[in-house]
Design a protein around this ligand. Sequence first.
Ligand SMILES: [Zn+2]
Length: 417
Amino acid sequence: MVSFDVIAEAGETRRGQLQINDRTLETPHLFPVVNFYGGGNEPALFGGGIHRTVKEFMVNHPPTTGGTDYSDLFGGVMTSISSLTDYGIREKKLEEYLDNEIREWGKFSDYDGMIFADSGGYKILKQGGELEGEDFTKDITQDKALDMQLDLGPDIVVNLDHPIHPDDEFEERIEKMEKTAVNARQLAKRRDEVDGACYLTVHGYYEAMLERSFDAIENELDKPIPEVFDGIALGSLVPRKDNVEVLIEAVSDCRLEMQQRGYNDLPLHVFGISGNAMPLLVAVGADTFDSASYLHQAINGKYCVNLFETVPVEEADFHACDCRICNDGLHRDRMRNRLDDLYQKDILGSVAAHNLAIQQRELRRFRQLIAEADEDQIAAYLEEAVKDQKGFRKFAYKLINERIKPYFDDDGETSYA
Ligand SMILES: [Zn+2]
C-alpha cells in the first residue's frame, strides 16, 4: 500500500505524509545516502571506514553512538545497486549480497526506516551500461536492475534512467529521454512484483526539456502515469548542483509540468541535492531529496555550521551547535581527536552524524512552519537562512516575492529589490 497525503501547504511549499506499507515518512524529507556493502569483510558491519560508522549510527550500535539512539536521522535512506560494487568485489560476494534482503542480514534486522533503492543509472551509464566487479562485468538492463533492486528488499524502487548531461547535444538528450521512457514501460509491466512504491525518473533543466521527458514517457505507457507510478524523481541535476538558479528553475518547472498533467498528488523527489539549496527547493514544491553530502563533507574534514557554511572540524565550536551529537561529550572528544586509539572513522563518523543532524533539523523546522501555514514565517525563515549568502540572496528574494509572499511596493518594485 502506498499513499501520499498533503497535510498542509503554504505558497508552493507543502508538508506531506508518505506511507508505504507500515512505514511513514513526514515530508519534506532527506534520504541520506548509505552504502550497505563493500570494503572489508568483517567484523560488525559490512564495509570499513566511515561508511561502517554511519551504519552503526543508523542501527544504534552503542559503542559507536555512546548509547544515544540517533537512528531517527536515518528515517529513510537511499542506496543504489551500483554501490554493491563500490569496492571492487568478486562475483561470488555479489551473489552473497543479493541472496539476502538488507533487513535479512542480522546487522540490519532492527533497521525500521525506508529503503529507497536507486537503479544507479548515473554510474552505470558512465560505465557503458555495465556494473563492474573485480572478476566480472554485468550488462545492466532495466529488468536486471529491477531484479537487483528487489533483492535488496526495498520500500521504493525507480526505473533505470539515462541522465542527461549539460554538454549533451540536443539529439543526445532526446535519445536518452526515449531510452529512459522505454525503461519506465518495462518497470510498469512488472509493477505487481514491487511490494512498495515505484518512482518514475524525469530529466530536464527547464520546462521545454521536462515537457519532452514527460511526453516520451506518456507515449510509451499504455496507462496514465499515476496508475502505475507512486512518485516522480527528478534527475540529472547533480552536475548543476552549484547553480542554484538552474536548480530552482528545474524543480519549479517540474512541479508546474506535474500540475498541468494532473500529477500534482504525486510526491516529487530530487536526486542528489541537499544542503544549501534544500530550503529553496522545498519552497518551489520539492517533497524529498537524497544526498551523500553529509558524508563527503565529513570525509573532507568539514563540519557544517549551518546549511550554507562549513568549517574545518578542528575549528568548529561544538558548544555553538544545539544538535545531540555536539551536546554529547563522547562525540565532542572524538571530533576533537582527544581520545586514545581513535581511527579517522571514529572522528569523522561523529562529524558525519552532526552534518546530517543539521540538515534534518532544518527540514524539521521547515515542516513545522509549513504545518502552521504561515507564509510570513516561511518567508522570514528563508530570508534569515540566506541573508549572508551572496549567491543565493537574489534568487531567494525573487522566490519569496513571486511564490510565497507576493508583495509589491507602490512604485512596483519588489520589497526586497
Ligand atoms: Zn552538532
